[in-house]
Design a protein around this ligand. Structure first.
Ligand SMILES: *[C@@H]1O[C@H](CO)[C@@H](O)[C@H](O)[C@H]1NC(C)=O
Ligand SMILES: *[C@@H]1O[C@H](CO)[C@@H](O)[C@H](O)[C@H]1NC(C)=O
Ligand SMILES: *[C@@H]1O[C@H](CO)[C@@H](O)[C@H](O)[C@H]1NC(C)=O
Ligand SMILES: *[C@@H]1O[C@H](CO)[C@@H](O)[C@H](O)[C@H]1NC(C)=O
Ligand SMILES: *[C@@H]1O[C@H](CO)[C@@H](O)[C@H](O)[C@H]1NC(C)=O
Ligand SMILES: *[C@@H]1O[C@H](CO)[C@@H](O)[C@H](O)[C@H]1NC(C)=O
Length: 411
């Protein structure tokens, strides 16, 4: 049995329009580590499909307080590749290693490293339940200081302290930087209260002048962890991208519109073979692969000749087929973003990690696990985001994207 999940209904009306702001030029920049856990690769596709289903199937169903705990048939492994930051909580602060997630909005700690309560900790007496499809966190809500970088200390930040966390081996929790409305129905008993996110508090407390985050991720050839990403709260880092940023409003199509959802079309190769019609999906740092609906994957297989490697769950090409692979052209907001053959493939050095054959090239373009038409038809995950600079603007409900030095890199 697959995970049973229940999710809060988005109340679009909960979204708060950005108020006029005092212009300051003080973005907060955090280094982000790209963490690889080779043994976590085996269930990659199953876990990603479970997350996609959970994200696309938000429901009004009662949560764990009235229901049984969801059961997970998928082993509680964490993701194969994930981006993590170190954040301090309390005074003096204790450091926690957190997954950067634009697909959820609760920030919590306490997995594998206990929440150390200092004099700044305030118990809200609320419990917390966040469900991810590939994991779950149950715990208590506290308000505390959060230290993002030296000199930037948020006060009164809501923090979850995990009592049970499944699916987050190797990290202490999640830094949820999605839209605030995603926190609706995660607290109990005040289930209709939403929680101001870390980004939201940095904005409200005057540390940044825009309620947004700019993210730089970079691909690597290695199967080792490396610190090559950057999170910028309150602005963008113009040294990390080339050309102009293209901004699009968050899509009105639900459920994608509850997240950093956008509409995009995709065509393949120099002949512009249509692959994905204009559909809504999301941009998500909590997903590794570039997930497309089953019917769209069939078209992609047709034009590329890619075969499903049943052992691995990923599409693969022979080296000869790979030599003929052409780019995907992803159109967002009227601009075309090229996703090159190199970008579509995992580095060969990772093949052993997911139990693949050394003779094949494995692709990051994978099946989301359901047909198109759900209102959340694709997920541009980290393997996509490593090729572009991206901006998550919760304040004005828009998403931005620009090319980078990695867009056309062929390593
Ligand atoms: C969402 O849940 C419903 C009912 O549980 C199910 O029929 C549907 O297939 C699910 N959708 C997806 C995309 O998994
Ligand atoms: C702290 O946050 C809570 C909600 O999380 C709010 O009710 C309270 O007013 C805040 N206190 C201060 C001092 O900002
Ligand atoms: C890597 O993943 C395995 C299971 O897939 C897990 O048991 C282990 O704790 C993870 N290691 C780290 C450092 O995250
Ligand atoms: C939560 O609910 C309690 C009463 O049930 C109330 O006193 C408190 O103000 C609420 N907190 C928030 C943040 O809404
Ligand atoms: C990376 O791959 C090399 C060989 O390709 C292997 O020796 C090494 O153990 C791998 N490291 C990790 C962290 O998987
Ligand atoms: C976005 O995609 C949805 C289908 O998922 C479609 O109904 C809608 O018309 C599209 N919007 C635009 C502006 O293309």
């Amino acid at each position: 049995m697959l995970a049973t999940v229940s999710f809060a209904l988005l109340l679009a009306s909960l979204r708060v329009l950005a108020s006029p702001i005092v212009v300051r030029d003080s973005p907060i920049t955090l280094p982000v580590a790209r963490r690889v856990n080779a043994t976590g690769a085996a269930n990659l596709v199953k876990m990603e499909q479970a997350r996609a289903r959970a994200l696309s199937n938000r429901s009004t169903a009662a949560k764990f307080h009235t229901n049984e705990l969801p059961s997970y048939s998928i082993p509680a492994t964490n993701q194969f590749v994930e981006y993590v930051v170190t954040v301090g909580v309390g005074s003096p602060p204790t450091d926690y290693l957190l997954v950067v997630d634009t697909g959820s909005s609760n920030t919590w700690i306490g997995n594998g490293k206990k929440y150390i309560k200092t004099a700044t900790a305030i118990d809200t007496k609320q419990s917390l339940d966040v469900e991810y499809g590939s994991g779950i966190m149950l715990g208590e809500e506290w308000l505390d200081e959060v230290h993002l970088t030296p000199g930037i200390t948020l006060t009164n930040q809501s923090i979850g302290a995990a009592l049970i966390a499944i699916g987050f081996d190797g990290v202490n929790g999640v830094l949820g930087i999605g839209p605030q409305a995603l926190t609706y129905n995660t607290l109990f008993p005040n289930s209709t209260s939403t929680i101001t996110t870390v980004t939201g508090n940095a904005f409200l407390q005057g540390f940044i002048d825009q309620n947004m985050v700019g993210i730089s991720f970079e691909p690597t050839n290695t199967n080792e962890s490396v610190t090559n990403g950057q999170l910028t709260f309150g602005g963008v880092d113009a040294t990390k991208y080339t050309g102009e940023l293209t901004y699009v409003p968050v899509t009105t199509t639900q459920p994608a519109g509850a997240y950093f959802g956008i509409n995009q079309t995709i065509s393949y190769g120099s002949e512009s073979v249509p692959i994905l019609p204009s559909l809504a999906g999301i941009v998500d740092t909590g997903t590794t692969l570039f997930l497309l609906p089953t019917d769209v994957i069939a078209k992609y297989q047709q034009v590329t000749g890619a075969q499903m490697d049943q052992n691995v769950g990923l599409l693969s090409l022979t080296p000869d087929q790979f030599a003929n692979l052409e780019s995907l052209f992803v159109n967002i907001g009227g601009q075309t973003f090229e996703f090159t053959p190199t970008a579509q493939a995992f580095p060969r050095s990772l093949n052993a990690a997911f139990g693949g054959s050394d003779d094949l090239v494995y692709l990051v373009v994978a099946d989301i696990g359901y047909e198109s038409g759900s209102g959340l038809d694709f997920i541009n995950g980290m393997t996509f985001l490593e090729r572009f600079y991206t901006v998550y603007d919760a304040g004005t409900h828009r998403f931005g994207i620009a090319t980078t030095a990695s867009t056309y890199a062929t390593n």
